[in-house]
Design a protein around this ligand. Structure first.
Ligand SMILES: Nc1ncnc2c1ncn2[C@@H]1O[C@H](COP(=O)(O)OP(=O)(O)OP(=O)(O)O)[C@@H](O)[C@H]1O
Ligand SMILES: [Mg+2]
Length: 460
């Protein structure tokens, strides 16, 4: 019985009652037996109404309420509750419905949390992820995948993989995963803007409880940095071999010529031995430089930090360099601000100054000028080595800190250079948490700047 119907029913009963009462009064002149009968009827009628109201309130109303609550559950609203107090089995049913609602509500919250966690993990994972069903439709792509292949999730969800993914390697991976039902690994290249990215793709089949293929997951890893490292390693090995080969070939060639009889001639002997000596010195320097670099690159490399007095350090460096400057009649000027000290590895700082000054002298023609300045700039000291030499072209500047890079290979080799000097300087600056930069113009000269923190950043 709907509440809507309850009021007209009551009104209807009251109406009947009034009608009976009025007609009873009107017929009061009738017999007393009739009045008694009428009264009994009225009382019975009232009792009937009371019983009906009781049945409605105690049985029909709670069932109606329970049905409404179940309707709410069906709609997904698990927060709905029955507040109607009822006893007996109806009350029991209401309580159980409330418990069910609470359980469903908790279950829904847990599901939401789990779904959010899963989405967060999937979206923040550093590899691209694509979920494909057994018919080839895409069900999920994560954020990393979108950053690799562009578009939005809506461009992929619900589409066949070969309609929305153009790359042939991806098609092959999916097909082989479905065909062989095992993990398949391939690699591909993809352009993100102008950057070429190397991507490793793994197709993994998904099976259901009955071991039937339900689809595949594609995982895409960006392996660009690994590829670059591999290329660098290959380049490095090729460069080292080449650099070692040149002096060794020359030494063995000249030694062979001498052994074949040339040593009998005093002048040739002298000349060839000088070459052999120079080449072996070069070989030794190269190996020393390589060892320096490898020591600096070691993970557990530790600086021997002390308080370095820059004045003293420069006094030790200048005699090593000035001879070479004098030979080329280069004017070597030194300006060191008074009393600068810094927390650093003295030997390494010395190496920076030697390498920069030695370059400045090597790449400055005779009668040129080289200027070393060391300044206190607050938290940093600034080492500046400038020259008016051959300078460096704009395209070459970013490359001069690479190992073995020389702008002019022939000229550098003539000066005995191995192309490792600046790589060492850069490494030393970096292990001290400092910076290196260069201003240069061809035929005008160059200025190298190294900034080193005065205090040990690790201890401050
Ligand atoms: N002051 C400079 N003026 C012009 N070019 C320079 C100067 N310093 C460095 N370069 C260029 O940078 C290249 C790399 O320098 P780097 O010191 O690393 O190697 P190198 O001088 O050739 O050999 P070495 O390892 O013996 O120092 C040089 O070959 C040279 O072309
Ligand atoms: Mg050099």
């Amino acid at each position: 019985m709907k509440p809507l119907f309850r009021k007209p029913l009551i009104a209807y009963h009251i109406g009947i009652l009034l009608l009976v009462a009025v007609s009873g009064i009107a017929l009061s002149q009738l017999t007393t037996q009739y009045i008694i009968l009428l009264s009994i009827l009225v009382v019975a009628y009232i009792i009937l109404i009371v019983i009906m109201l009781h049945i409605y309130d105690n049985y029909m109303k709670p069932i109606e309420k329970a049905s409404q609550i179940v309707d709410e559950f069906v709609k997904g609203n698990y927060r709905a509750r029955i507040h109607h107090s009822a006893g007996g089995s109806i009350g029991n049913l209401n309580n159980k419905l409330n418990v069910l609602a609470r359980n469903l509500s908790e279950f829904k919250i847990k599901e939401q949390v789990r779904e959010e966690q899963l989405t967060t993990v999937i979206d923040n994972t550093q590899s691209g992820l694509v979920l494909i069903d057994e018919k080839g439709y895409i069900h999920l792509v994560n954020r990393k995948f979108l950053s690799m292949f562009g578009g939005s999730a809506a461009d992929y969800h619900g589409y066949l993989y070969y309609d929305v993914l153009a790359n042939e390697t991806i098609h092959e991976t999916v097909q082989q995963t479905f065909l062989y039902e095992r993990n398949i690994i391939h690699s591909l290249t993809q352009f993100i803007g102008v950057d070429k990215k190397y991507i490793e793709i793994i197709g993994a089949p998904i099976f259901n409880d009955r071991n039937m293929l339900k689809g595949a997951v594609l995982l895409l890893y960006d392996i660009t940095h690994l590829k670059k490292l591999e290329l660098m390693r290959k380049d490095f090995v090729a460069n080292v071999s080449h650099e070692l080969k040149t002096p060794i070939t020359s030494i063995s060639g000249f030694a062979e010529t001498l052994l074949n009889g040339a040593m009998k001639d005093e002048d040739t002997l002298q000349h060839f031995l000088t070459i052999i000596h120079d080449e072996s010195t070069r070989l030794q320097e190269l190996i020393e430089d390589l060892l320096k670099l490898s020591r600096l690159e070691k993970d557990n490399f530790e600086l021997v930090r002390t308080t370095v007095d820059i004045d003293r350090l420069v006094e030790e460096v200048i005699p090593i360099i000035s001879q070479r400057a004098e030979k080329k009649t280069i004017d070597l000027k030194v300006d060191v601000q008074n009393e600068i000290t810094l927390e650093a590895d003295a030997q390494q700082v010395k190496q920076i100054i030697i390498n920069l000054l030695s370059n400045a002298i090597s790449y400055t023609p005779e009668n040129g000028a080289v200027h070393l300045r060391i300044m206190d700039e607050g938290d940093y000291i600034h080492i500046q080595v400038s020259d008016n030499g051959i300078g460096i072209s704009e395209e070459a500047i970013p490359r001069i800190f690479e190992r073995f890079y020389r702008v002019d290979k022939a000229r550098s080799r003539n000066t005995g250079g191995t192309g490792l000097g600046l790589a060492i300087v850069k490494h030393i600056a970096e292990v001290h948490e400092g910076k290196i930069s260069v201003d240069s113009e061809p035929d005008k000269g160059s200025a190298f700047h190294v900034h080193l923190p005065k205090n040990n950043p690790a201890s401050s």
